[in-house]
Design a protein around this ligand. Sequence first.
Ligand SMILES: NC(=O)c1ccc[n+]([C@@H]2O[C@H](COP(=O)([O-])OP(=O)(O)OC[C@H]3O[C@@H](n4cnc5c(N)ncnc54)[C@H](O)[C@@H]3O)[C@@H](O)[C@H]2O)c1
Length: 263
Amino acid sequence: MQATDWIDLSGKVAHVTGAGHGIGVAIARALAAAGAKVAVSDVNTEGVAETAAEIGGLALELDVSDRDAVDRVMAETADKLGSLDILVNNAGVYVGYGGPVREITDEMWRKLWSINVDGVFYCCRAAASLMIDAGNGGRIINVASTQAVSPGVGVTYDGSKAAVTQITKALALELAPHNINVNALAPGPTWVQPGEAPPLGEQTPPRSGDPLADSVADRISRLPLGHWGDPMEQGKAAVFLASSMADFVTGIYLPVDGGWLVL
Ligand SMILES: NC(=O)c1ccc[n+]([C@@H]2O[C@H](COP(=O)([O-])OP(=O)(O)OC[C@H]3O[C@@H](n4cnc5c(N)ncnc54)[C@H](O)[C@@H]3O)[C@@H](O)[C@H]2O)c1
C-alpha cells in the first residue's frame, strides 16, 4: 500500500461550481491532478471553457441561483461523465455587497443570498439526489469562509457563510446513512487577482473607522503564516476532503486560513 493511493481519485467524477476564476479553478485543477474526471461550471462561460480545456474537463454554463438549471446541469454531469461522486459548491460572491448595514439594499441582500445560500442548497439537493439513487456514496464540499465565524465583509456575506456552514452540518447528519460525507472548507484571505500576491502590509488600507474593515485590515497585516493564501492551498484541502484520506470525516468546518482564526 502507498499513501498516494489514499488521494487517488481515479474513477471518480467531480463537479466544481464557480470554476471560471479564482479558487474554483485551483480546486478543479487539484481534483483533476488527483485523477478525477471534472465538470466545471460558471456564469463566466469564457473562464470555465479555459479551465475545462486546461484540465481536459467538461465545461458547463450554470447560474447556481437558477434552480431548474442546477437540476439540469447536475444531471448532465452524471450523464456525460458516467456518475457524480464529488460536488464542490465553490461559486460565491462578496465584492460589492459589504458596507454599513443601513446602506445594504434589499436587492443586495437577496442577490447575494440567492447565489451563496440558495445556490448551495439547490446544488446539494440535486447532487445528493443523484448520489442516493446511484447508491455509491459521495462527497459534498461547501466552500464557506472564515467570515462564517469571524465577521469581516458585512452582514450579508458573513451571514450567508454561517448559513452554508450549518447547512453543511445538517446535511452531514442526514446523508451519513448514504455514505455521503458533507464538509465545509473555509478559506482565509486568498489572492485571486492577477499576478503575484503583494506582501501583507502593502494591502492594509488606512484605518477607516469602520470596525469590520479595520478588523480585516489588522488581521491581514498580522496573518500568522505571513502571506496571502494561494488558491491551490484550497485545492489541496479539497482533494483531502474528496479523497479516502477523509473517509471518517463528515460535518466539519475546515479553516485553511494561514492562522486567521487564531488571531
Ligand atoms: N478569495 C478569498 O479570499 C476567499 C476567502 C474566503 C472564502 N472565499 C469563497 O471562495 C469562493 C470562491 O471565491 P473566489 O475568491 O475564488 O471568487 P472569484 O470571484 O475569483 O470567483 C468566483 C467565481 O464564481 C462565479 N460566480 C459568481 N456568481 C455565480 C453564479 N450565480 N453561478 C455560478 N457561478 C457564479 C464567478 O463568475 C467566478 O468565476 C466563494 O464562495 C468565496 O466566498 C474566498
